[in-house]
Design a binder for this molecule. Structure first.
Ligand code: M6R
Length: 619
């Protein structure tokens, strides 16, 4: 939610900031702005409602001059998307600019108090309050012996003491050329270390074309920097430890290349990203998986008697698939908790309960809070995360990275299959320590190794799937139905469809149809059945027939060779044969392609759907 980037160096700041915002636009895209400082003690600000292109058009041929600046792309929390509410915000003097990602919960009383002192506000945002507070504290120290730089640092510290909420901020003052101050609590902020230039950004994708050396700040870290130096301290004062990391992807990986959309690129990356999950993690000798990052001894793994999987959105659907897979392979009772529920519900758990938090970004606020809640209660919380160096990855007690590369399309695709793949490895590992035979383990290894080629075969059907999507282009809703391992897939298919095409879609366990959902069936409501030739196939067919009997059109996703479906369903998409517990990894691919082609045909912005942002860092 919201992307920020700050630059201090020797180059013209505006083009660097605009390019950085392009990389961060997936974090929020309802308005954007830049502020650039030049040597004449002036800050020039440009802000515009709407997509980043509007800001680019405004800046046009006449960008503000200067080698130090800050910028922001917004996902509105307080105040509508307007030019005035766009960041950066200025203080009362107009000499201090700030960009903020997060929520200031007590902004109303603070604003009232400042207004009573004569401060004039120009927006409805919570963030403008912070600009005024920092500016006021800075002015108040005018008589101090401290340097202007250290006065600004102290002003930021003092202002942050007054607010409750979350923040990732970067600020600068017109009187202090070439100097930035940043801080974080609950919203990510990364320091990029260049040669003769330094950066602050919400994530590394904004800076990777300039530098691969990054410092992921922790909560309550404060940083101040010039083009040649930086210092990181506690917001409350005192030194902190930090580590310089190498960014694990190239600038090209964060571009969409030959693809029209990031979402399509990421769907097509799945043969590789699935292989990235299991590469180096399969043991033929033990017919098992190796997940070293879990930081658990074999005995500790054997002692696990319950697993709780926690995530949001697509990650929670992957967790649902994981629940079925882990129980099937290891017989360990497993359950799924949506992170926002888990953090407040006080789930009873004993000492042998293992918690996994699952998150692509590693920054989702509810998942992060759920992890901290689990840890507060003395549990070991492990993570399954894609973004290397993210907050969840750093704060968890161990875990495994997905290594899928940056996922930029707002609709999660490759992260789902990678997460399900990872939980399959976990199920295999835990299963082989319990009742799963060597022979079964070996069979699973072969099945896993075959997955990338099978995904490739499904991807080759993209044109066929596009034709099916076009056939239903006027549908105002869609049902997604599946059973057992593919009930979560149905949930995920529905989420993909509704978030990028804006039609109503819902996912259900097929047998639930007759408990109410069937009332919706008409000849205008297509149903997508995920119906591979598995142990519940016949039951699934009965549900499908019930829909057909009521004239509901059916798109069936079934196993190659199952020609029966040609006679019953209106449209059939085939997936290769696979062990049923791994089938969600294949069956979700046609659903991703179906929703993609459907949304493109309806001229929706699939990479930046309305009202959404990639990483949900506010509650
Ligand atoms: O980064 P995370 O995996 O924690 O994100 C969780 C959800 O916000 C995310 O999956 C969201 O539901 C996607 N837009 C779904 O496509």
């Amino acid at each position: 939610m919201c992307g920020i980037i700050g630059y201090v160096g020797k180059e013209s700041a505006a083009p660097i900031l605009l390019e950085g915002l392009r990389k961060l636009e997936y974090r929020g895209y309802d308005s954007s702005g830049i502020a650039v400082m030049n040597g004449s003690n002036t800050i020039h600000t440009r802000k515009k409602k709407g997509r980043l292109q509007n800001l680019r058009d405004l800046v046009g041929e006449n960008p503000p001059e200067g080698e130090c600046g800050i910028s922001h792309t917004r996902w509105a929390t307080h105040g509508e998307p307007t030019d005035e509410n766009a960041h950066p915000h200025l203080d009362q003097s107009g000499k201090l600019a700030i960009v903020h990602n997060g929520v200031i919960e007590n902004y109303q009383p603070l604003r009232k108090a400042l207004e009573a002192e004569g401060h004039v506000f120009h927006s409805q945002t919570d963030s403008e309050v912070l600009a005024h507070l920092v500016g006021k504290k800075y002015e108040a120290s005018a008589e101090s012996d401290a340097t202007p730089q250290m006065r600004l640092v102290a002003a930021v510290r003092d202002a942050l003491k007054l607010i409750s909420g979350t923040y990732g901020i970067v600020t600068m003052h017109a009187d202090i050329p070439g100097f930035l101050v940043g801080a974080r609590l609950g919203s990510p902020l990364v320091v990029g270390l260049g040669k003769g230039e330094n950066f602050l950004a919400s994530d590394v994708s904004a800076i990777v074309s300039h530098t691969s050396d990054a410092i992921y700040l922790s909560d309550r870290d404060l940083v101040y920097m010039t083009d040649s130096d930086f210092k990181i301290e506690h917001v409350e004062g005192g030194s902190v430890e930090f580590e310089v990391s190498r960014v694990d992807f190239t600038p090209e990986q964060a571009e969409k290349g030959e693809y029209p959309h990031y979402m399509l690129k990421e769907i097509f990356e799945q043969p590789t990203t699935i292989a990235n999950v299991f590469r180096g993690r399969l043991s033929d000798d033990e017919a098992s998986a190796k997940l070293g990052g879990l930081n658990l001894t074999p005995q500790e793994l054997r002692d696990v008697d319950r697993i709780v999987l926690v995530g949001c959105g697509t990650a929670s659907h992957a967790a649902m698939a994981g629940e079925y897979i882990i129980e099937h392979l290891s017989r360990i009772p497993t359950e799924v908790e949506i992170a926002s529920e888990f953090r407040y519900r006080n789930l009873p758990m004993d000492k042998n309960t293992l918690i996994f938090v699952i998150s692509q970004s590693g920054e989702t606020i509810d998942t992060l809070a759920a992890m901290r809640e689990g840890q507060r209660k003395g549990h070991r919380v492990l993570s399954i995360v894609n973004s290397v160096g993210s907050t969840i990855a750093r704060e968890s007690d161990g875990g495994s990275y997905l290594y899928s590369g940056p996922e930029i399309g707002v609709a999660a695709t490759k992260s789902f299959t990678s997460q399900v793949m990872m939980m399959s490895l976990l199920g295999l590992l835990l299963g082989r320590m319990r009742n799963l035979s060597m022979r079964e383990g070996q069979r699973m290894l072969a099945e896993i190794r075959d997955l990338p080629a099978k995904v490739e075969m499904i991807l080759q059907q993209t044109e066929k799937i596009r034709a099916i999507a076009l056939k239903y282009i006027d549908a105002q809703g869609m049902l997604f139905l599946g059973r057992q391992f593919n009930f979560p897939t149905a949930m995920e298919g529905a989420l993909k469809m509704k978030e990028i095409s804006y039609i109503f879609a819902s996912g259900h366990a097929s047998a639930e149809l007759k408990h109410g959902v069937i009332a919706l069936i008409t000849e205008d409501l297509p149903s997508v059945f995920i119906i591979p030739k598995d142990s519940v196939y016949d039951k699934n067919v009965s549900s499908l027939e019930e829909v057909k009997a009521r004239k509901g059109p059916v798109i069936a996703i079934t196993t190659e060779g199952n020609t029966d479906m040609e006679d019953i369903a209106n449209d059939v998409i085939y997936i290769p044969e696979v062990d049923e517990c791994l089938s969600p990894i294949l069956s979700v691919i046609p659903l991703q392609l179906l929703s993609y082609h459907f949304a493109v045909a309806r001229e929706c912005d699939v990479d930046k759907p309305r009202n959404l942002a990639k990483s949900v860092t506010v509650e």
